[in-house]
Design a binder for this molecule. Structure first.
Ligand code: GLN
Length: 487
């Protein structure tokens, strides 16, 4: 048997499983052992579903033994951000308010993974309700960056991302509302993909900002990202915002060159306090793509500056509405020593939500209140249209845009926790794609003082295939994705 199965990618494991060199149980056990040996330091998981995972793995092994065709994700261990519903398994959103919440149904993505042979290995830590950029807003604990245990993994999908980087999962799913897949992927040196809004069903994803939320894969390489996309993308009648358009086989777009690709480099993405090493790495990456046959040109996108302020009206507004459902009545925490229902609602929300979530509910409620709606929410929606149009203008000329994912590398735990503005600046380069609803990926493109740097590739609406092609070409020509942190 091959040792260190947990270090392999999904496509490498698929080969071994198809040749019957290893069983699905071997793979699952290897990843569970890895979790046991490092998760006390990295702290990715809120819940490890070991029994469920082994039962699922055995089930797939039985299908293989019975000669059934090998499913695309047969025996691949998946981690899920803990804002995705799993039937009968604790789902916390890393919040006290969902105390003991066990959903009665699986999110569509979970169903699709399991139906394709995948194994659910556990639920990962996040900033409470996905609000944050470091996992420090989790009500439970802070996840650590596998490259430096004193640093944050980014957020809000920090648990899922650190799990892939630390080989505690083969593939993970995260959600990206303003950057929560890409920014942690950049901090942890892995691949993180936010598909077009509506490409992947949100059914069973606990809502933060419904017009922005999108589920996507976090993987060790671009091939695994394409494999995961093949299975999670597509129309779902349970989510009316999911798009009814054909899903291509993304693995077909993995060509190791970038011939004929027109790349735009919007200089405005480089002026947002981006560290010089990051500018260097990203520009070097652009040169690599040029050597692979792409053409590139510097361009400008002035609306980048408006992404962050607009986001911090729209996202809290939607959050304040979505989070109104946590009132102690139907699920989760209930403050039990209240004399009347109103006091019960108030005390439950007071005790159950952390400070960041409360702040956003207040901002959102304010922005939506009579008299302010036009000045804030409506105005922000108009600016959002302008951001989308600015992207559309660029995509008349370019196939993809290339930029840094984050202005900085991973920061120290505690360094920004006391300064909410600095924390929010972590997403200044990822938010624009969410505002426009367009797809974007982060892949590793360098290291500064041993800490990973992320390259962001932004594409046209529904053109995930071109992004994956460019990302794959870059990956094949470099070896940044092969480095592993020492934990
Ligand atoms: N960091 C951003 C926020 O706190 C984005 C979060 C996300 O994408 N879920 O809102």
């Amino acid at each position: 048997m091959v040792d260190k199965l947990y270090q392999l990618t999904a496509h490498e494991l698929h080969d071994l499983i198809s040749k019957k060199e290893v069983s699905c149980r071997d793979v699952t056990e290897s990843v569970l052992d890895r979790i046991r040996s490092v998760d006390d330091r990295v702290k990715c998981y809120v819940t490890v579903t070991d029994e469920l995972a082994l039962a699922q793995a055995d089930n797939v092994d039985k299908q293989i033994a019975a000669g059934e065709p090998l499913l695309p994700l047969a025996g691949i261990p998946f981690a899920l951000k803990d804002n995705m519903c799993t039937r009968g398994v604790l789902t916390t959103c890393s919040s006290k308010i969902l105390h003991n919440f066990k959903p009665v149904y699986d999110a569509t993505v979970v169903e699709r993974i399991v139906n394709n042979g995948g194994v659910i290995i556990g639920k990962t830590n996040l900033d409470e309700f996905a609000m944050g950029s470091s996992t420090e807003n989790s009500a439970f604990f802070t996840t650590r960056n596998p490259w430096d245990i004193d640093r944050v993994p980014g957020g809000s999908s920090g648990g899922s991302t650190a799990a892939v980087a630390a080989d505690e999962a083969v593939i993970a799913l995260g959600s990206d509302t303003g950057g929560s897949i890409r920014q942690p992927a950049a901090f942890c040196g892995v691949v993180g993909f936010k598909p077009t809004y509506g490409r992947v069903s949100r059914y069973g994803l606990i809502a933060f900002a419904s017009s922005l939320d999108q589920i996507g894969p976090i993987t060790k390489d671009v091939t695994d990202c394409a494999l995961a996309m093949n299975l999670i993308a597509g129309k779902d009648f349970c989510d009316s915002t999911s798009l009814d358009v054909p899903v291509p086989d993304y693995t077909k777009s993995l060509i190791p060159d970038a011939k004929g690709i027109k790349i735009g480099v919007p200089t405005d993405f480089f002026g947002q306090g981006v560290e010089p090493e990051i500018v260097n790495s990203v520009m070097k990456a652009v040169e690599v793509l040029k050597d692979l046959g792409a053409e590139y040109k510097e361009t400008s996108m002035k609306m980048v500056d408006y992404g962050l302020p607009t986001y911090y009206i729209i996202a809290p507004a939607e959050a304040s509405s979505n989070l109104a459902r946590y009132d102690g009545v139907r699920f989760g925490l209930r403050s039990d020593d209240s004399k009347d229902p109103i006091t019960m609602f108030l005390k439950t929300r007071e005790e159950g939500f952390g400070p960041e979530v409360k702040q956003r509910i207040m901002i959102g409620t304010y922005a939506l209140s009579a008299g302010y709606y036009d000045a804030y929410y409506l105005k922000a929606q108009k600016v959002r249209t302008l951001i989308r149009q600015d992207f559309e203008r660029l995509f008349e000329e370019f196939d993809v845009l290339v930029a840094p994912t984050s202005p900085t590398v991973a920061f120290k735990v505690g360094e920004r926790a006391a300064d909410p503005f600095q924390m929010k600046l972590a997403d200044v380069l990822t938010i624009p794609a969410n505002m426009a609803g367009i797809p974007a990926i982060s892949i590793p493109c360098g290291y500064a003082d041993g800490l990973p740097i992320g390259l962001q590739i932004i594409g046209k609406s529904l053109d995930e295939a071109t992004i994956l092609r460019v990302a794959y070409a870059f990956e094949q020509a470099t070896d940044y994705h092969k480095r592993k942190p020492e934990i």
